[in-house]
Design a protein around this ligand. Structure first.
Ligand code: RUQ
Ligand code: CUA
Length: 762
């Protein structure tokens, strides 16, 4: 108990005073520990991961969403999920795949004329500058349908999907060269590169091929330049994970392989199965490729075109001395270049050893022309002994390696042992081990695959969760476990269930490196980052009907959709462009039309288009799908789809029968609300609000809203003079609507200022 109270005291000293704060105000820290059965260890873990309300995480992780075809964004150390990003799969919240702009992005991923609306995402990779993550872009691959996507981190939206023109599957991507010159990917299951004609498995060795594709990244456009990209033809070994050289090894890339036996199964014909034939030999091949030289050879015209894409033939790569193999222990998985670029670590799944290769030794062997043999395709093979720095036995099923900020320290996942090993790769000795739950695949340290790892935390991505969470049926959540690696001993501090896909790999970046926008420039197509040709400013809204086409240029602002009705004839093609006119932070409006399968998420400044055929006569409400304001539910309208040649028989709308008393009551409400607004304005202008850009935006927006009431006073007074109490009352009511929005913003600004310690000004 004594130790306990010391711990409690120190936690309180560190500002984590459960005993004095609100949630369990009646309890002491000890009471809570007792009631919830928590140990000191648990409390420490909680203190290390807890981010108080309004607090921010130190690192941002972007994880593969596995078979969901999405990305998952979460904070470290809190492990709070911040966002899913639709990438290969439609994502309705963001309107991804339900508006025209994002449909174009998804269409970039069509294969053989077919929409492919899912993806098997594996390895996200940040764009890099000088070997460090720069926080500008993230790239992600699709293993099933070989594709790579580009996500812009200014708005966390997918901007491009490119299809690999010669592969049929791809696992070893997306890897990034130290200055994001190329994003590369390795094919996985060999297939004929042209793949237009059938070749039987009997012709596997001759007609099937593997390969590496180097996608040229145009940083200024933020897009992959498909014309400047190229591939290298490789033997039909199953190329796997890869990594780019850095520092001294910059210009080179390294790729593992398995099934270099080139076994093709055939249990149906009485042959041993795939898994036996694909792991028969003791070694597979590490591919060592000089991509800088390959790019020059392609420029010099040494490539041939396959499916319109530049492919450097194997013979050319061999002849020009840019392609080598090195044996590596049985069925390896990850290859990870050390932060200083001098070594690469390969883990052999079916071997307890982790092999540390020396880049210097590899270069020396190449320079001396010292090869032990050639593979069946004539590629020179460097002897394993001539390339190894050391080998260390770490445990069963080593898979992937990540690096610490401390020199020579690495972490390797042990799949079979369900452990993480911490070890020294310079000295070749084991330092520590920790158990994880269960069957770890990838692991990730903060910026741990870059030239400047940050240490601090490690995330274990476990393949099985088994008993870690409340059961939710046979399909279990995934388990990301957070481990504190700041001390000598690793400490497990958090279990995070992920309810989406199998997130193979995740990367994390210092949160300070990310600078996402809070709004778009008014009228932006967010998928191209260009001015949207169909954007409108307030007052420019219009609807045009031409033949069987109805086109609407509308706008959204609290709490109003312009237009309020859209009229069409059955069979018309309806196109609706919507611009969100808001400038306030987080004032997103959504838009949908009943039963037409369209949805848009329109963040401040964005312009979005939805399109459909009004193929059935009837009445279709449309509305805003985000609860954006007190009058959100009233943000509505009607699409009226009339039969051809329809004629109106009744031309007046139903009345509300308002009286003079109603009008007077509304005027009083308006006057009372103005008093509140005035008091808020007095407060805001009495402090240094101009020092808070967030507040300045809110204030501008609030005055915008209030500005709209200007002409309305004359209007309602005019109607009142004519004793048209219906119109007088409703126009006065409209003033109040704007006041409510103004007051809402004003109060938000006031709260913000109070919470951020605004100071009085004279
Ligand atoms: S995978 S568990 Cu990278 Cu797709 Cu290794
Ligand atoms: Cu706009 Cu709800």
């Amino acid at each position: 108990m004594k130790r306990l109270s010391t711990l409690a005291a120190s936690l309180m000293a560190a500002g984590i005073g459960l005993a004095v704060t609100s949630a369990w105000s009646a309890d002491s820290l000890q009471d809570v520990m007792k009631a919830r059965g928590l140990s000191q260890q648990d409390l420490l873990a909680a203190a290390k991961t807890y981010v108080p309300t309004g607090g921010r995480d130190e690192f941002i992780a972007i994880s593969s969403g596995g078979q969901s075809g999405q990305l998952i964004v979460y904070g470290i150390p809190s492990m709070r999920i911040l966002k899913y990003i639709g990438v290969f799969t439609p994502e309705p919240w963001q309107g991804y795949g339900f508006d025209e702009e994002s449909k174009k992005v998804l269409a970039g991923g069509r294969i053989d004329g077919k929409d492919i609306t899912w993806g098997d995402t594996h390895h996200p990779g940040f764009s890099e500058t000088n070997g460090e993550s720069d926080g500008q872009f993230v790239f992600i691959n699709d293993k099933a349908n070989p594709r790579i996507a580009v996500v812009d981190l200014r708005d966390f939206e997918t901007k491009q999907i490119v299809v690999n023109p010669i592969f049929k599957s791809e696992h070893g991507g997306a890897f990034v060269t130290p200055n994001s010159e190329y994003i590369f990917e390795a094919s996985q299951y060999a297939s004929p590169l042209e793949n237009k004609k059938f070749y039987p498995l009997e012709e596997f060795n001759e007609k099937y091929r593997g390969g590496m594709t180097y996608w040229k990244f145009d940083r200024t456009k933020g897009l992959i330049d498909q014309k400047q990209s190229f591939s290298i033809e490789l033997p039909p070994y199953s190329q796997d994970l890869s990594d780019a050289g850095k520092g001294p090894s910059d210009g080179w890339s390294f790729t593992n392989s398995f099934c270099s036996e080139r076994y093709v199964g055939g249990i149906e014909d009485g042959r041993p199965p795939y898994e036996a034939g694909c792991s028969a030999k003791d070694t597979d091949y590490l591919h060592v490729i000089n991509w800088k030289k390959a790019a020059e050879l392609v420029k010099a015209g040494k490539a041939k075109k396959i499916n319109g894409h530049d492919v450097l033939p194997m013979e050319v790569a061999i002849k020009e001395g840019i392609l080598f193999l090195i044996p590596e222990p049985k069925s390896p998985h990850g290859v990870d270049v050390t932060p200083d670029g001098t070594k690469l670590i390969v883990a052999g799944k079916l071997d307890t050893h982790v092999s540390v290769y020396s880049f210097e030794k590899i270069m020396a062997a190449i320079k001396a022309g010292k090869f032990e043999s050639k593979d069946p395709y004539g590629i020179p093979v460097i002897g394993m002994k001539d390339a190894l720095h050391t080998q260390v036995s770490l445990g069963l099923g080593p898979l992937h390696t990540q690096y610490d900020s401390k020199a020579c320290v690495a972490y390797t996942s042990l799949y079979v042992d369900s452990q993480v090993a911490k070890w020294d790769y310079c000295e070749g000795k084991l330092l520590d081990k920790i158990s994880v739950h269960y069957n770890i695949g990838h692991l990730m340290t903060m910026e741990g695959d870059t030239s400047k790892p940050r240490g601090k935390y490690l995330v274990a991505l476990n393949k099985l969760a088994i008993d870690r969470f409340n059961p939710v049926g046979p399909l279990h959540p995934q388990n990301h476990q957070l481990i504190d690696i700041s001390g000598d001993k690793m400490q497990l501090i958090y279990d995070m269930p992920i309810p989406l896909g199998e997130p193979h790999y995740v990367v994390a970046i210092d949160a300070k490196k990310l600078k996402p926008a809070v709004r778009y420039k008014l009228g932006t197509n967010s998928r191209t980052d260009e001015a949207h040709p169909d954007a409108v400013k307030a007052g420019e809204e219009k609807t045009v009907k031409k033949g069987n086409k109805v086109e609407v240029w509308g706008s959204l602002i609290r709490s109003h959709i312009t237009p309020e009705k859209i009229e069409a004839e059955v069979g018309d093609e309806v196109t609706i462009h919507l611009t969100n006119l808001e400038r306030a932070q987080d004032e997103t409006h959504g838009f949908t039309v009943s039963t037409y399968n369209v949805h848009a998420s329109v963040e401040p400044g964005k312009t979005v288009t939805v399109k459909f055929k009004a193929d059935k006569e009837g009445v279709y409400p449309y509305y805003c799908t985000e609860f954006c304001s007190a009058l959100h539910l009233e943000m509505q309208g009607y699409l009226l789809v009339k039969p051809k040649g329809w004629k109106a028989t009744k031309t007046t709308l139903a009345k509300g029968n308002y009286t003079e008393t109603d009008y007077k009551a509304t005027l009083k409400k308006v006057a009372d609300t103005q008093v509140i607004i005035d008091s808020v304005v007095t407060y805001i202008t009495s402090v240094n609000y101009k020092d808070f850009p967030e507040v300045v935006a809110m204030v501008e927006d609030a005055f915008d809203q209030l500005g709209k009431t200007k002409d309305l006073k004359a209007k309602h007074e005019g109607y009142a003079a004519k004793k048209d109490w219906e119109s007088a009352n409703l126009w006065a009511e409209q003033i109040w609507q704007y006041q409510v929005k103004t007051a809402d913003l004003g109060l938000r600004a006031k709260t913000f200022l109070e919470e951020h310690g605004a100071k009085k000004v004279k």
